[in-house]
Design a binder for this molecule. Structure first.
Ligand SMILES: Cc1cc2nc3c(=O)[nH]c(=O)nc-3n(C[C@H](O)[C@H](O)[C@H](O)COP(=O)(O)O)c2cc1C
Length: 350
């Protein structure tokens, strides 16, 4: 059987999780050069930014790397839902003196598309990973035609089986502990989602593909535990968030370093889709999951001016403070050092 390291083209079966908004090419280059698989998240990049980030990776490393995309179907904007959302946020607009009429509507995250695939064709990345399922068969065929290996997140056994049947080369089992957006795509029922230690062995049993464990892995012992449960490798995000290569804001860094990081929750308030972040004022006051937020990614624009105003005052009350449930692995050392420390958890045989 092809090993995960062969699929990834790396020395280590370790993927630095793509983290849109808090890292770019610098972290990807550092991790790839340290023997792991560095990732470039593209969900928040314009085509021009994507091209320059990909060029930077090509200039910065000769090693394998991963390029990551969301593949949601953009929803039809609904004036009614937008009005409900604005009404829920109205007291905060008033508090900060924001003119709600001046806030633009619009998307906050871009899905994989034909335009993006054509741009990516110039680079033929060794690995492409997807969150929220897979793109259309035609787009996936295009990605595969360059020889790129395909990874995608599964949050349930059913999703892992689906990904295997639809052309993934390996499956990322994303446990409920994971920071950032949940990758679910077959069911939006959050009660179906499992913690890493429950999900991982069940996925390993259900598919033949190599399984990559993600969610709550913060140190070498966590890596070893995931391998003991049958993972072929790991994907780790939160532990990289304080590195100098991360673009994590000062407010976000302070939250990750504080006791507040012990309390995270899934929330749809920042984008419209459940994602895990450190509990803050808006999550407490509106409830972390609310029906007022419009569909992903349309909630983003309504809350963005509140975030900007609060952050200008040094507050993360309206910021998405993404974090997994285990932030104890966050250290202010280089991404290469984080990679090397995590790699201690792999048995010599892997
Ligand atoms: C700040 C942040 C941003 C994230 N953004 C993305 C993303 O753009 N694409 C993606 O596939 N996963 C994203 N994730 C989820 C990761 O792929 C992964 O599932 C998660 O980091 C693993 O859990 P951990 O954070 O406990 O290590 C993000 C996670 C974090 C913490």
């Amino acid at each position: 059987m092809t090993t995960l390291k062969q699929i990834l083209g790396t020395e280590l079966p370790l993927i630095q999780a793509p983290m849109a908004g808090i890292q770019g090419s610098a972290m990807a280059i550092a991790v790839s050069n340290a023997g792991g698989l560095g990732s470039l998240p593209c969900a928040m990049l314009s085509p021009d930014a994507m091209r320059s980030e990909l060029a930077a990776i090509r200039a910065g490393t000769g090693k394998s790397y991963n390029v990551n995309f969301f593949c949601h179907t953009p929803p039809e904007p609904s004036a009614e839902r937008e009005a409900t959302w604005r009404a829920a946020l109205a007291p905060y607009y008033a508090e900060f003196g924001i003119d709600a009429a001046g806030i633009p509507t619009g998307p906050g995250r871009n899905p994989f598309s034909a335009e993006v695939a054509n741009l990516l064709a110039e680079f033929r990345p060794p690995v492409v990973s997807f969150h929220f399922g897979l793109p259309s068969e035609a787009l996936l065929a295009q990605v595969r035609s360059w020889g790129s290996k395909v990874l995608a997140s599964a949050t349930t056994v059913e999703e892992a089986v689906w990904l295997e049947a639809h052309g993934a080369d390996a499956v990322i089992a994303q446990g409920l502990e994971a920071g950032g957006h949940r990758g679910h795509f077959l069911s939006h029922d959050l009660t179906k989602q499992l913690g890493t230690f429950a999900l991982l062995p069940q996925v390993v049993r259900a598919v033949k593909l190599p399984v990559i464990a993600a969610g709550g892995i913060a140190d070498a012992n966590g890596v070893a535990a995931a391998i003991a449960l049958g993972a072929a490798g790991v994907q780790i995000g939160t532990a990289y968030m304080l590195t100098p290569e991360a673009t994590t804001s000062a407010i976000h860094r302070a939250a990750l370093k504080s006791e507040a990081a012990r309390h995270t929750a899934l929330t749809n308030l920042f984008t419209g889709r459940p994602a895990r972040g450190i509990v803050n004022r808006v999550m407490r006051e509106l409830g972390p999951i609310g029906s007022a937020a419009p569909e992903f990614p349309l909630a983003t624009s309504g809350i963005a001016p509140l975030r900007a105003k609060a952050e200008a005052q040094g507050s993360g009350d309206f910021s998405p403070l993404w974090s997994g449930q285990n932030a104890t692995g966050c250290r202010e050392v280089s991404s290469a050092e984080v990679t090397q420390a995590l790699a201690e958890g792999f048995p010599a045989s892997l």
